[in-house]
Write a protein of this length. Structure first.
Length: 367
């Protein structure tokens, strides 16, 4: 079955972690030097590369562009100015563009692009030579230096934005920093509305979440977000927040990050996150636990049309931070087997694996 990965910060792995993701996964994992964060996220745990995505029938993914400004008490690293955050994000954009020129990827800018691409994958008997589809999204809006600047990014192919990542962005409070929207957010959301940009509410602090929903009338979703009812903590969404997204026909992608799945993690996301293995063994979080989050969304919705995969593939640190059965992105196929064992019909399984994201972008992308 095809897969649409709802969140893959691919350019971060290629540029910031210095990995050649056009290589087979075994070759990517063999390279241990040259990564700025290699000691923390070693290459031998890499979950995805383009050949591995094709092997796993990952037809398309929301791939991310990032460039965060460092602010006082920020939970994680960032650049010292918006100018450098913008420049770093432009490097991420350039990476996706060169993959498209080389025939490795196809940037999905419109509904027509998406429809043609998914039809090609649906009809194919071999995926080895097919480009992987990529919808471009921004993880934290700091590279948008002023609200009207979003027009430049739209023309470059950007189609989704979440306002903040970890900490406080130019526009909003995010994970680990409770609070609302900041003054530039309202004009940015207005510009996004006018363009037809989708709003990704992942990482948005609770107060800012509700404010953004009130201000923004366009398509909304959560690319990689789990359920607070199953894994307590502000990084996950409450049932009230999930229901608000469902009312707007949003999609919720379940994240593979085990910190967001493990029910007893107890972290507050506002400071240093301890090593996982000091808190729980890898086998403590399985794909069954991940599917619990998908099923919770289905039960809230009363159907299978809103739950999806939101891998945060390699963004959570590689396979050591993924559920126990996951070695590479190809193992996402195992989700379908679990859903089948739980009694989900084939159509419902296809919805979760790829059709929900496909449907969302068929409506959200420009005609």
């Amino acid at each position: 079955m095809l897969i649409f990965d709802g969140d893959y910060p691919m350019a971060y792995g290629a540029i910031d972690l210095n990995r050649d993701l056009t290589l087979p996964i075994e070759e990517v994992r063999a390279v241990q030097e040259g990564s700025r964060e290699g000691d923390r996220w070693p290459a031998d745990g890499t979950m995805a590369s383009l050949p591995e995505m094709r092997k796993g029938k990952v037809a398309a993914a929301l791939v991310k562009i990032t460039g965060r400004i460092q602010r006082e008490n920020s939970p994680i690293w960032g650049y010292r100015s918006g100018d450098t955050a913008y420049a770093a994000a432009q490097a991420h954009l350039a990476y996706y563009r060169i993959l498209e020129i080389q025939g490795e990827a196809r940037i999905l800018r419109s509904r027509k692009d998406l429809s043609e691409h998914m039809q090609t994958w649906s009809e194919a008997t071999s995926y080895d030579d097919l480009p992987v589809g990529m919808v471009l999204g921004m993880e934290g809006a700091d590279p948008i230096l002023w609200p009207e600047h979003v027009h430049e990014w739209w023309e470059s192919g950007l189609r989704t934005i979440n306002l903040a990542h970890y900490g406080i962005s130019t526009y909003s409070h995010g994970t680990g920093r409770p609070g609302g929207l900041l003054p530039p957010a309202e004009p940015l959301l207005r510009e996004m509305d006018g363009l037809g940009m989708a709003l990704d509410l992942t990482h948005t602090a609770d107060e800012a979440f509700w404010q953004a929903l009130d201000l923004f009338s366009g398509p909304v979703m959560a690319s990689h977000q789990n359920c607070r009812a199953l894994a307590p903590g502000e990084r996950q969404f409450s049932d009230e927040q999930l229901k608000a997204l469902l009312e707007r026909d949003g999609i919720i992608g379940a994240s593979m990050d085990t910190w967001m799945i493990y029910a007893e993690s107890g972290i507050d996301w506002g400071g240093d996150i301890p090593p996982r293995r000091s808190v729980f063994p890898r086998e403590a979080v399985t794909l069954e636990h991940l599917v619990d989050h998908m099923d919770h969304v289905c039960q809230l919705a009363g159907n299978s049309q809103h739950a999806a995969i939101g891998g945060d593939t390699d963004g959570q640190g590689g396979n050591d931070g993924a559920p126990y059965e996951i070695d590479t992105v190809a193992d996402y196929q195992k989700i379908a087997d679990i859903l089948d064992r739980r009694g989900y019909a084939e159509e419902d399984i296809a919805n979760v694996m790829y059709r929900n994201w496909q449907r969302f972008y068929e409506q959200a992308l420009p005609a």
